[in-house]
Design a protein around this ligand. Sequence first.
Ligand code: PMP
Length: 417
Amino acid sequence: PEGDTAPRPAATSVDERFTRFDRHPGYQQLKMMREGGKRLGIPDPFFKVHESTAGATTVIGGRECINFASYNYLGLAHHPRVIQAGIDALERYGSSVSASRPVSGERPIHHELERAIAETYEVEAAVAFVSGHATNVSTLGYLLGPKDLLLHDEYIHNSTVVGAQLSGARRMSFSHNDPVALETLLARHRRQFERVIVVIEGLYSMDGDAPDLKRFVEIKQRHQAWLMVDEAHSFAVMGDRGLGLREYCDVASTDVDIWMGTLSKTLSGCGGYIAGCRELVEMLRYFAPGFLYSVGMPAQVAGPSLAALQVMKDEPERLKRLHDISRYFLEQARLKGFDIGESIGVAVVPIIVGSSVLAAGLSDALLQHDINVQPILHPAVPEKSARLRFFLNCDHTREQIDQTLEVLETEWKARAS
Ligand code: PMP
């Protein structure tokens, strides 16, 4: 064949910065982080291996620890009914649905889960994706295009930003929890775009604070934009019945155009959902890329999430305990003079320590006392607001919290002197 004898183009010569993974800026950053940690004698705070279920307590390195690093807020990931639902679904449907949902991956348990989510939200329909991150990426990437605008809180989760990038829409952020800043942007830019979507979260997982939903609803209505609320950390957490931000702020569910949430937090599975009107959900089921081109959710994930939602309703004392213990943590942290930022004291409370080195050092010191709490370091948050981030759990006791804050105070003082 001609190809065998035809002269080949000259080989390409490229600087090795562009061919070697160890010259990639990401790897360079990782190396610097590790060397910095080593110099300061602070072990890598990431990828700690938990050898048991992770609720109010966990096992790390063979030792039982008080645990503040898992978002299993109602302790349902190890609830007997939730586990049994996983076993039943696995036995009934097997370990994989072996196809994407539109093309033979559909199982009754998907419908049961989606119906239960839609009913809980009091909206027409819901659809469940295999990943929470992919839910935002796919939904926003699909719904918006280059003539559209996405406005989001400056602290919005990465999945919304990536979804905006995929869509090609213009993207602007407004200052955290600031409806006035949002309205300024809408007044200035709304007319230049076709669709405009505003994305906020129900409970911000780094800060434990929440938006004033009523004001956001009023503003999006005035400027004819869609409002999407990411309830990853607020659904099944906020409100006396666990109905999320709408219950907490007393807003009708239909005042929000797109409810998004994850199955990975209180609902004790893995995946995400969109809940809203029938047209929205139908469209996503047929066309959203992360749904259409991805395998259907395994039944042993859907089953436990459905059971977790039911247990939340059947055992309302869990929510009450979560709210009570969160408030107790907030109050005690305040009494000790810790900076807890703007946390409202529901499930997530940060203690801002002011530098990444101190946050990592304190987290390591706490672990020596069998207390596991994740440090949140720059660049996840600005350097001066590096923090320890506490996820509360309905099974935490006051004694565990007293002990934790005591140890933290002592270790912090030791470093200050
Ligand atoms: N949205 C928010 C606000 C989140 O915090 C997260 C991750 N915790 C996600 C989306 C992605 O969800 P998942 O981890 O379930 O993929």
